[in-house]
Design a protein around this ligand. Structure first.
Ligand code: F3S
Length: 650
């Protein structure tokens, strides 16, 4: 049977429920849960600090995945001592657990990973949604929550839904001034930001050979904006060439798509038909042709991000800027994707061309992409080469944020208004043959086990250990600390935003905000009780998949939630953190309970283990309620063990 590249990599990494390799040449049905063996992981600092606190809580000595890298690239997120403290924590965790660490200044995780670590035929999960960038070299690369990355580092399989497959058939060659960014914007124009949900986008056909690896990575990076599971290219001669230049030919293997694969959906793209495109505010799916825009004034231009900051991208920009001066009303910033890219630009004079034109060179990292350090002024227009333009993402809520290719961004900067680069009359940038500066001195290698043992984890005041995890026990005389209504969201439980973000690795501090919009007295009362139960209405825990909405209540002693119904992901998260998610079988029982009531569940463990309903008695009214645990299988195993981390450590 013919298989695509994505199908081959998935098949080669399937595991059964007992954690054994599954040998099969039959593709699992789309939508069924598969367990994927993960060879490689990555974390970035914004999500990584907590991932390593979780890893520590598992009491596993050392990572078991083959290639684990910790990146520091979002480093401008916090003021005062917190950045530096986090970096020390990440460095000491990497040394302790056998992980490589890419230091602050070495570049954006996905760009550096593509250059130094991504490899065809293997599997990668990362605690960052643009991890699919590595699909540019033929790797199955998936964004995931921190807990799943932690479990993968410890050698656990990654449970995921088997995707459907979209075959994107590429023919032809891009015309001058038309780029890989325009290809993915065209696909976003066709499919929209939800069109890719449940699909893996695989690129094949003779047009593939006309795209370089960095161009392919631009496309797979922004597959995330389609909502796709991931995106992948074959691994071919161009991939081999890329790996040789990166001095890691040993990581290369050929991965090609067989003739006659049956796709669930097909997209035809003749690269020669692609024209400069733009995603208008406030969605990456709000795409039109660049030449359809009126020439409105542009105030700020930023080139960079994990989508468009390769050497090729920035050389095109430098060549357009050489000998020019930016108009006085335009501010232009450039974030080189990696130290490798920056070094090469510095050595060949391209950096001087950018600076000479009046550009501001920003740190090799994420900063400007998340609205930090380079936000546009009020009510202005910013043109960016990034992947997201949600409302306020650039840091200025009243600004219009437009996403384009580096060439289009530079054309807009030079002209000071929306400009199709084809109309500017400039010479087409020619990217000279190059050899990257391969220098891994900013990547601290993993320590050998003997040396790791001696490493002490450095914990600044904002890094606190996980709440204590413990197996489920019977609950008697346990108080109701909170009685909530219908449609409680994960935001209600654990708010997000700038006020609480710095405490993502400091659960005691974060938990002070737990249930703040519902009842600000809850954290203090719950903590004083030591252990308690929360009562919910219909659709409890709807909204995001935020795991801190389970961890903060756990820290405050919540041992069980009884609700009329749950949002599924939140119920799974509760179980994954050892909190029992129970549902009233008779929804009217909800009205029999009040805050401060005392409940008895004397046979909880036995009933859960036997898969039976749980009897809950209210000591005030004397009534007993029949409740059902809403997780089963793996979720129930995790719950009984006291959470996924304890279960994985068993
Ligand atoms: Fe960083 Fe922005 Fe990419 S935050 S990882 S450059 S999407």
């Amino acid at each position: 049977m013919p298989f695509s590249v994505g199908q081959k990599v998935l098949l080669a990494h399937l595991m059964d429920d007992e954690g054994n390799k599954l040998v099969t040449d039959v593709l699992p049905e789309a939508g069924t849960t598969i367990n994927l063996r993960i060879t490689d992981t990555l974390t970035q600092d914004a999500t990584g600090t907590f991932a390593y606190i979780e890893f520590e809580a598992m009491k596993v000595d050392r990572v078991k995945a083959e290639r684990c890298v910790s990146y520091v690239d979002h480093q401008l997120m916090q003021a005062d001592f917190k950045n530096a403290d986090d970096h020390d924590f990440l460095r000491s965790c990497a040394a302790k657990f056998g992980i490589k660490l890419s230091r602050a200044g070495n570049g954006i995780c996905h760009q550096v990973h593509l250059e130094r670590f991504a490899r065809p035929g293997k599997t990668l999960i990362g605690s960052d949604s643009h991890t699919p960038t590595a699909g540019g070299v033929g790797q199955i690369a998936l964004g995931a929550g921190g807990l799943n990355v932690t479990l993968a580092m410890a050698g656990q399989a990654f449970p995921m839904k088997m995707p459907k497959f979209v075959g994107v058939h590429l023919t032809g060659k891009l015309n001058e001034w038309c780029t890989a960014k325009d290809v993915i914007l065209e696909i976003l124009r066709r499919d929209g930001v939800r069109g890719g949900k449940g699909f893996l986008y695989e690129y094949y056909g003779e047009g593939v050979k006309n795209l370089s690896v960095p161009q392919r990575a631009t496309i797979t990076n922004m597959g995330t904006e389609l909502g796709a599971t991931t995106s992948i290219f074959p691994s071919d001669e161009a991939t081999k060439e890329f790996m040789i230049k990166q001095e890691r030919e040993e990581d290369w293997c050929e991965m090609t798509c067989d003739e006659g694969v049956k796709w669930d959906r097909e997209i035809e793209i003749n690269l020669a038909d692609i024209v400069p495109m733009v995603a208008k505010p406030h969605s990456p799916g709000n795409v039109c042709r660049m030449d359809e825009l009126e020439p409105e004034k542009v105030n700020q231009v930023v080139v960079g991000s994990c989508t468009n900051s390769s050497y090729e991208d920035l050389m095109a920009v430098a060549s357009m800027l050489k000998g020019k001066t930016l108009p006085p009303h335009v501010s232009m910033g450039i974030l080189p994707g990696s130290r490798q890219v920056l070094s090469l630009l510095a050595r060949n004079g391209a950096l001087a061309d950018m600076v000479g034109a009046g550009c501001r060179i920003l740190e090799s990292g994420c900063g400007g992409c998340i609205g930090l350090g380079f936000s546009p002024r009020s009510d202005s227009i910013t043109v960016r080469t990034f992947n997201r333009n949600f409302h306020g993402r650039c840091g200025t809520k009243s600004a219009g944020n437009y996403l384009v290719s580096p060439e289009t961004a530079t054309a807009c900067a030079l002209k000071g208004c929306f400009t199709d680069p084809r109309t500017l009359g400039l010479d087409v940038p020619v990217i000279p043959e190059y050899k990257p500066v391969v220098d891994d001195s900013m990547i601290i290698p993993a320590l050998p086990p003997k040396e790791s043992e001696k490493v002490e984890i450095i914990r600044g005041p904002n890094i606190k250990p996980m709440p204590t995890l413990q197996p489920v026990s019977d609950l008697t005389d346990i108080e109701v600390s909170l009685y909530t209504g219908d449609d409680i969201t994960t935001d209600d439980i654990m708010m997000a935003g700038a006020k609480v973000l710095p405490f993502r690795s400091n659960i005691p501090e974060l938990a002070k905000f737990c249930f703040n919009p519902v009842d600000p007295t809850f954290p203090e009362r719950a903590l004083a009780l030591g252990r308690s139960v929360v009562i919910g209405g219909f659709n409890y825990g709807q909204g995001s998949s935020r795991e801190h909405a389970a961890i903060a209540p756990l820290h405050l002693g919540v041992r069980a939630v009884i609700a009329k119904t749950y949002a599924r992901i939140h119920a799974e998260n509760l179980a994954a953190w050892g909190i029992v998610p129970l549902e009233f079988l008779n929804k009217d029982d909800y009205a029999d309970i009040k805050r401060d009531d005392h409940l008895d569940m004397p046979n909880l463990v036995e009933q859960l283990n036997a898969g039976k309903n749980v009897q809950v008695t209210n000591k005030r009214t004397g009534n007993t309620y029949e409740c059902e645990c809403v997780v089963s299988g793996r979720g129930l195993d995790q719950l009984m063990a006291g959470g996924a981390l304890l279960q994985a450590a068993q």
